[in-house]
Ligand binder design. Structure first.
Ligand SMILES: [Zn+2]
Length: 361
């Protein structure tokens, strides 16, 4: 079975959960601790806790002609409800990402209905993490064709789909998950760069390769120059590579920047006033962690010592900023070891130093 993550020893995965401030394993299934979204404890701290089944519509923002963002939480990094979007074409609606549960999916659908009565014909998923896909069933039942990358692998699903659903239900609660069924398997699979004409609107799907996850898609609307980045970009500049690859993320960011988008919707958090600035910030954060881990690996420092030099992870908050940095560090440390083993370290270091020149010191 092809599983790139298998190269990562189980002990590392355990450490990843451990550094994320995981609760004891017997209380919470381990899969939930590596999910790319809110922990149960973080959700409990939210006051008042959002009840998507009672929300008429989420806030929206017009990003271009017939293009809208459905805004998630801001100021909470990856911990808040994710962003979604939609495009109103001549013949129907293209939805981009489906949020984290059937209840959230329904609220997203109600939000779309405040702006158009046209049928929901397509749902494009930027990747297969549950906080972006577990509302997909709502759109499938509404008649949408699912457009996604065929590679559904994520760490969250490592113990199987059932375990992932059960862990996620533990996070969001049964009420929010009522009516759940998987719907992220693509009806239209996109594994290579593709341009689709959907209801007369050009939708370019860029396939950057493994960056945030193996199944990443970037959605680019050339007519309005709006880009839906999925979790390649997070409002605070710390994109997670635990399921993906930091080298892959850097290449993906180069591709996204080359498109010169006028507006970017990140996977989580506020829409950046200057989209290029968020790309550069994410690149610099990634380069800087790579430089540190590369240096530690070269000096034969153990992973635990390397991690000890980083700010501590936040307890019960596996995707807080500090927790994300630490979990990325685990992944990047392993990447740097691999580079050293395969003697690609020198060229990779050179490439990084060139890119680093534009980063603030
Ligand atoms: Zn994600």
């Amino acid at each position: 079975m092809m599983r790139s993550r298998i190269a990562l020893p189980i002990t590392l995965l355990a450490l990843a959960a451990c550094v994320a401030g995981a609760a004891p394993a017997q209380r919470v299934p381990p899969a939930s601790l590596t999910l790319d979204s809110t922990s149960a404890a973080a959700l409990r701290r939210r006051q008042p806790r959002e009840r998507p089944d009672t929300i008429r519509a989420f806030p929206t923002r017009k990003l271009g002609r017939n293009v809208y963002a459905v805004l998630g939480d801001t100021g909470r990094g990856s911990e808040g409800r994710s962003n979604a979007g939609f495009v109103i074409t001549k013949t129907g609606v293209v939805v981009i990402d489906a949020l984290a549960s059937p209840a959230q999916g329904k609220a997203l659908l109600r939000t779309i209905r405040t702006l158009t009565p046209l049928p929901i014909r397509w749902l494009i998923l930027t990747h297969h993490h549950p906080d972006h896909t577990f509302g997909a069933i709502v759109f499938k039942r509404a008649g949408a064709k699912i457009i996604a990358h065929p590679d559904r692998r994520t760490l969250a699903a490592e113990d199987g789909d059932d375990a992932m659903v059960s862990a996620w239900t533990g996070v969001l609660g049964l009420r929010e998950m009522q009516g759940f069924a998987f719907a992220d398997t693509p009806g239209i699979a996109v594994a290579h760069d593709t341009t689709l004409i959907l209801g007369g609107t050009r939708v370019v799907i860029d396939v950057p390769g493994t960056a945030h996850t193996p199944g990443d898609l970037v959605i680019w609307l050339p007519d309005t120059r709006v880009l839906f980045a999925g979790d390649l970009l997070i409002e605070d500049g710390i994109a997670m590579v635990v399921d993906g690859s930091s080298g892959g993320l850097l290449s993906a960011l180069d591709r996204v920047e080359a498109l010169k988008p006028a507006t970017i919707l990140p996977g989580h958090g506020r829409i950046p006033a200057n989209p290029i600035e968020l790309i550069r910030e994410t690149r610099c954060e990634t380069l800087s962690l790579r430089a540190k881990m590369r240096d530690d690996v070269a000096r034969n420092i153990s992973m635990s010592k390397a991690l000890a030099q980083l700010p501590p992870a936040d307890r019960d908050r596996p995707v807080s900023r500090n927790s994300r940095v630490r979990r990325n560090a685990v992944r990047i440390f392993a990447e740097m070891e691999q580079e050293l083993l395969h003697s690609s370290a020198e060229s990779s270091e050179q490439k990084d130093s060139v890119a680093m020149v534009s980063c603030p010191r």
